[in-house]
Design a protein around this ligand. Structure first.
Ligand code: PRP
Ligand code: ZN
Length: 208
């Protein structure tokens, strides 16, 4: 069978959603054996390839039909402004996008952010929040590891995802304001594909 005929499912290659995504696929009877550092993993019992991607890239792959299905956070879909068809809301990855600041900061209200530097990999969602609150702050765009920036002097606050709270805590940051609530969702490509439709019942039957 050629690669093109195989269903492709994109998941986060590491991070909050990785293990739960694998667990979901395993619960649907799909067997993926450990395959070292390869970013593509053929399913052992079905014509499916698993793609391990950065979560931020998943919407692009799915929108273009390179991946037929993707498991990604609503936070990423919203930041990328993608309206991909959602097959199911999943029962994991429940989190908030928050503005957080160091324990000892003097930021108490959104207005206290005026003139402050906020590091984030969610610049669009943060900009919309600041506009709604009528706050003029300086957004410092970064690709990740926002939590380290206040300690290093790059920013006064961060806007990042909090799920268990462990990462914020490890950096002495306190969540202050919620920008968005989010969870993991299964999205499908808007492009036509018989194989995709054939596999969809596998994900919708039990989850509904
Ligand atoms: C987010 C965030 C933190 C982590 C927080 O990363 O950037 O690294 O989750 O989770 P915690 O509150 O449970 O410690 P995510 O996996 O969403 O993706 P990213 O690495 O692409 O930012
Ligand atoms: Zn990311």
């Amino acid at each position: 069978m050629s690669t093109k005929q195989r269903l492709r499912i994109a998941i986060q290659k590491s991070g909050r959603l990785y293990q739960s995504s694998l667990d979901l696929l395993a619960a649907r009877g799909l067997i993926f054996l450990p395959n070292g550092r390869s970013l593509i993993n053929p399913c052992a019992n079905r014509p499916i390839d698993l793609l391990y991607l950065r979560d931020d890239d998943i919407p692009e792959y799915v929108e273009r039909g390179i991946a037929d299905l993707g498991i990604v956070g609503e936070n990423v879909l919203a930041e990328k402004g993608r309206m991909l068809p959602i097959v199911s809301r999943l029962d994991f990855g429940i989190c908030r996008l928050v503005i957080a600041a160091p324990q000892n900061s003097d930021i108490w209200r959104p207005q206290d952010l005026v003139g402050r530097r906020i590091a984030t990999s969610y610049p669009k969602l943060l900009a919309a929040y600041l506009e709604k609150e009528n706050v003029k702050a300086c957004i410092v765009p970064i690709s990740g590891s926002a939590e380290i920036t206040p300690r290093l002097g790059l920013a006064d606050a961060v806007c990042d995802i909090v799920q268990t709270g462990a990462t914020l805590k490890a950096h002495d940051l306190v969540p202050l304001f919620t920008v968005m609530e989010s969870q993991a969702v299964l999205v499908k490509s808007p492009t036509e594909s018989t194989r995709k439709e054939e596999f969809l019942p596998l994900f919708t039957k039990v989850l509904l």
